[in-house]
Design a protein around this ligand. Sequence first.
Ligand code: NAP
Length: 299
Amino acid sequence: MLTGVQVVLAGGDARQLEVIRRLTELDAAVTITGFDRLDTPFTGVFKADWSPDILTEADALLLPAVGTDDEGIISAIFTDRELKVTDAHLAALPKKCKIYTGMATPFLKNLCEKHHLELVELFERDDVAIYNSIPTAEGAIMMAIQNTDITIHGSDCMVLGLGRTGLTLARTLQGLGAKIKAGVRREDSFARAFEMGFEPFYMPDLARQAGNIDLLFNTIPTMIVTAQVIAQLPLRACIIDLASKPGGTDFRFAEKRGIKALLAPGLPGIVAPKTAGRIIANSLTQIILEDKGQRGNEP
Ligand code: NAP
């Protein structure tokens, strides 16, 4: 149980509703800010304005999936008011307080460092990234279906990067009957791809492998689908870039060549906010419970 633990949730989208639900079930003291347009009633949850005053007793501050933008603005779909993280907010937090987010911008990282506050990027954790890969793969396939006139079954797909997202996506596409070419850079990834029945290739060979592809999914967060690669793709191909902004595709050149190329950020929150919220809630409560256990053992 999280009895006695004070958690402040600032902004976010439908995913945070699952987190609020879970925290209250576990008896945490929950304050929410940036939810004034929210109709769902949460019993025992305190609604407040985004002011440093609500942070002075906090054990945890939860920011949305992308913590803040480069100016400190917290995205918050349930309010019209602006929520901005400032020095005054972080200075008000007790030093024991941890700040949780999905991914942090340099702005948030620098501010936390300046105030000697621990920042936890939940999406960096392997378990969270692997759980999140499930709705991400489903969302990517949804986009593929919406943007092609062929079935996934029997299509020639290419997945770049067999990390946590790429592996789930490649396996799911294969389960639907697609033929998978997998672009990797390590020998062990090559062997794994082979073992899983994909057709692996090393990234320097990418342009040569691109000739007969219907769907190209990129998960590598660096410029990888270059003009040189796009020039080899057939005009029917569709590129779905899952890598974090700005993606790894030369979108300008794809447009010039008349190839559909889509950057698809934040899929878990779009296609499965409830599941995505539960993933965040599970991980957050687990970390807080572990910390609580550790603190409890301190002399
Ligand atoms: P990950 O586990 O680190 O996988 C990244 C993969 O890219 C790894 O296989 C890595 O190869 C490969 N890679 C990285 N740099 C490379 C390079 N220069 N050349 C060749 N391969 C390279 O990360 P992930 O969790 O799968 O996430 C991948 C991306 O998707 C991230 O940008 C993440 O933010 C994003 N993402 C997006 C969504 C969405 O909704 N669109 C959801 C989840 C994640 P090695 O294994 O050899 O290191």
